[in-house]
Design a protein around this ligand. Sequence first.
Ligand code: 13P
Length: 252
Amino acid sequence: MRHPIVAGNWKMHGSRVENARLVEELLAGCPATPAAACVVCPPFVYLQELARLLRDSAFSLGGQDVCADAQGAFTGEVSAAMLKDVGCEYVIVGHSERRLLYRESDQLIARKFAAAHARGLIPILCVGEQLADREAGRTREVVARQLEVVLELCGASALGQGVVAYEPVWAIGTGRNATPEQAQEVQAFIRARIAARDARIAAATRILYGGSVKAGNAAELFAMPDVDGGLIGGASLKADEFLAILATARPG
Ligand code: 13P
């Protein structure tokens, strides 16, 4: 039995006023014991304020990125220890926007995963192919490569203590989600790759789907056997949408 996770990646959105309103609506509408772990990942500068607003609630806090190094002369970076210090439990690593817009390599992302895990954060490792990869039949090859670099550096046990999020790049922010069957196919493949190292860990690892998840498609995506919740972008900025998505999550 895997406890699902519904995480909101706010990306570079929000303001103090907007965040306070969103949190108020989320807390008002969230059941006392939701069926999934609920996580919000705001921009770094709002983490501390969000930690205060979410104290004693069902919501956990996550960062959107983390530095691979522990401390020192890394201008602009934020360490895993700092994220812990302000109340984060989770952190997203290897989001496709980091991979594509900021040229983050598989190796750097694996080091970020290791840094987060070493500090007791739960890393959410994003993997996923671009449209050209899918059209060329390279989806499995791309996802396997992204996964294997982390498995090599950190091991199956560390990966299993984290979370994997399958986010096909062509489905992010496009309104075009993967079909439940497409998500299931790749997510079963991801689980099989982990199982090749350790079947018990693979069976317990949470694998989320992300990419245009909305209230209207969440239930059918989350009903798939290898989809253990979602990483939600745009729809996580609207309380009613996010709460409706959360309401569809079921332990699997
Ligand atoms: P959308 O839900 O807006 O497609 O974004 C998905 C995503 O990138 C979450 O990390």
